[in-house]
Ligand binder design. Structure first.
Ligand SMILES: Nc1ncnc2c1ncn2[C@@H]1O[C@H](COP(=O)(O)OP(=O)(O)OP(=O)(O)O)[C@@H](O)[C@H]1O
Length: 612
């Protein structure tokens, strides 16, 4: 009996032990059934068909999954707590320049090669990349033309860390870089826009390592763009405001060297010296001590194509300033926007207001109209009043979305306005501008641009044909005596183009100047005279001891054109189409001059006829 009881107890124990084993490695069938409907039927079917019980396998999978989920949850929670109490972060919005600095820097770091989460960007080359030889060389087709077929596809893509979290070590510090994009309301429902933020996090309760990293990224970026001018324009209307920048970067281009602006040296130097003094760190105090608003405006005026915008760009390049361009004819620009834009300007920059005469900011007519009114009788006066009122309503409507003179003056004189900034306005018609706009305090220096003088023509020629585009200062002895001709002094031996080290050495003789008889060929077939092709890698070296110097050609060229008749842009356009053929330019300039003058005359006649 006792043995029987013990045996039963043992059996019971065995059963219990069996049960406990089942509960660890095998989940009860009813639990599995709850997760996988029809599980018992499937497992029974598989047991019958294959003689294999899948319960153990499924249970293990469930347990591993459960464990992994719990561990992930616990890790995330613990990491969040750690992040909260032992980490620091800095948030950067994509509107800010720092965003570009960081992304550019990261693209050059190891993380952009090793990360498993990358974003590929088509490596669109900037036209200026060619300058540094950074750009990929295009292929030449059998006719020696460059072939840009599928050019963008040939440029290697750029890689950046993609959206999500990335971790990396830099200079002994651990960083987490998180890039997120979300949709936010743009002004009001239902217009949405994408907003991108990046968060940089580091271990420790100080943000100093992140600040250092941002500084490093900024220095890296600025070093790359050292000799470039950043161009900004107003952001699209729907993106302005709400903490978003009202300015957006539209381009970065190589700074324009000041010598490339062909202008009387005195004029150029006067402007540069004035701006230099204005931007000096001690100048704001000087202005403040005297209670004078710290600002300076420049009006560049003259016919179209005489170099006004070019000078503004060159000024930005000389002083390493970004250029902020505003077009007052932009109908999307309101006075409120304009005020916001002036207030959002950085401490130092060039603000370029182009063609202000085209913006409807013409001289006010009031005085004129009042004078006229005085001489009219009462009935006419009433009529005039009605017309005036009607016109003013029309004017208000028309300018609802545009800028009025008072709006512009308010922006210029605004609270923060452009203190410390260089304000440059350009116009083709200075006489049309309202006195209020150009009074001292708003415009402090006026620079007149004219059609090309003889010395400008000379310099434009030299600049076009000297190997590196640099022109020597117009020589003192260079005098444009009406009867002086260097042509008569040109050496006479026949030209024979010679080539050494793949470079064509042109020599110009009187005959080549007169008849264009340049004989040149390249043995490797790069240049075929019949196709008038010049290989891309053949800089022209013009002057050799026996040849006519480029200065002589320039003098003769300038002599053949009248002064103050053609704009520098016109002359540049003419030279550009003969950019490697100074002799041809000299040969053809007289014909060109006559044809342009004739066309002008015809146009003037047609206009006169049309106006009766
Ligand atoms: N004085 C100059 N020196 C060098 N290049 C010039 C000069 N004037 C004009 N150019 C050339 O002509 C082109 C037009 O010049 P730019 O835009 O500066 O003229 P602008 O006076 O501002 O004309 P607009 O009044 O039509 O805006 C540019 O390619 C520029 O390089």
């Amino acid at each position: 009996m006792a043995i029987n009881n013990a045996f039963r107890a043992l059996k019971q124990e065995d059963l219990t032990a069996d049960n406990s084993t089942t509960s660890i490695t095998q989940l009860p069938a009813n639990i599995l059934e709850a997760f996988i409907p029809g599980y018992s039927v499937i497992s029974k079917f598989l047991l019958d068909a294959l003689g294999f019980d899948i319960t153990l396998l499924v249970s293990v999978c469930f347990l591993v999954f459960g464990l992994a989920t719990s561990l992930t949850f616990a890790w995330k929670h613990a990491y969040r707590q750690f992040e909260e109490y032992f980490m620091s972060f800095i948030l950067i919005n994509s509107d800010d320049d720092i965003h570009d600095h960081i992304m550019e820097w990261l693209a050059s770091q190891k993380i952009s090669r090793t990360s498993r989460k990358l974003m590929a960007k088509t490596g669109r080359e900037n036209a200026w990349d060619m300058i540094d030889g950074a750009a990929t060389e295009p292929e030449l087709d059998p006719d020696n033309f460059m072939n840009f077929n599928n050019w963008d596809a040939k440029v290697p893509p750029r890689f950046q860390p993609s959206f999500g979290s990335h971790r990396f070590f830099h200079k002994g510090h651990f960083f987490q870089f998180k890039r997120e994009e979300k949709q936010v309301m743009n002004g009001g429902w239902p217009i949405m826009r994408d907003e991108e933020n990046i968060t940089l996090t580091c271990i420790g309760r100080s943000t100093e390592p992140i600040k250092n990293l941002i500084k490093e990224a900024r220095d890296f970026y600025l070093e790359k763009e050292k000799s470039c001018t950043v161009v900004r324009r107003p952001s699209p209307k729907e993106q302005r405001g709400r903490g978003r920048s009202v300015w957006m970067k539209v381009a970065t281009r190589p700074s324009r060297p000041i010598d490339t602006v062909v202008l009387e040296h005195d004029k150029k130097n006067r402007v540069l010296a004035d701006i230099n003094e204005y931007l000096h760190p001690s100048t704001p105090r000087w202005y403040a001590n005297r209670g004078i608003p710290y600002r300076r405006g420049y009006l560049l005026h003259g016919p179209p194509g005489t170099g006004k915008s070019s000078l503004a760009w060159a000024i930005a390049g000389v002083f390493g300033l970004d250029i902020y361009c505003i077009s007052l004819v932009d109908t999307n620009l309101t006075e409120e926007d304009l005020g916001m834009m002036f207030n959002a300007l950085p401490r130092r920059c060039v603000v370029l207001l182009e063609d202000i005469d085209a913006a409807g900011l013409n001289k006010r007519q009031e005085t004129e109209e009042t004078e006229k009114d005085k001489s009219e009788d009462a009935a006419a006066k009433i009529g005039a009043e009605i017309t005036k009122a009607f016109k003013s309503v029309q004017k208000t409507d028309k300018n609802k979305e545009g800028i009025t003179l008072s709006g512009l003056l308010n922006a210029i004189d605004g609270v923060a306005s452009h203190e410390g900034r260089v304000l440059v306005m350009t116009t083709n018609f200075p006489d049309k501008l309202d006195e209020a706009l150009i009074r001292p305090g708003r415009i402090d220096m006026k620079v007149e641009f004219t059609n090309a003088t003889h010395s400008q023509i000379y310099e434009l020629f030299i600049r076009m044909y000297s190997p590196d585009g640099s022109a020597k200062v117009v020589p003192e002895q260079y005098k444009f005596e009406p009867n002086q001709s260097v042509k008569d002094n040109l050496p006479r031996p026949l030209f024979n183009g010679s080539i050494s080290n793949g470079t064509i050495h042109h020599q110009f003789t009187k005959e080549t100047l007169e008849h264009g008889n340049i004989n040149g060929s390249i043995p490797n077939g790069n240049m075929h005279k019949s196709k008038i092709l010049t290989p891309p890698d053949t800089p022209i070296q013009m002057s050799t001891p026996e040849s006519t110097s480029i200065e002589d050609l320039a003098s003769e060229f300038a002599r053949r054109l009248p002064a103050d008749v053609f704009t520098p842009a016109e002359i540049q356009g003419f030279l550009l189409t003969r950019k490697k053929e100074p002799a041809r330019a000299l040969r053809e300039v007289t014909v060109w001059k006559d044809s342009v003058l004739e066309a002008r005359e015809k146009k003037a006649l047609a206009k006169a006829e049309a106006t009766g």
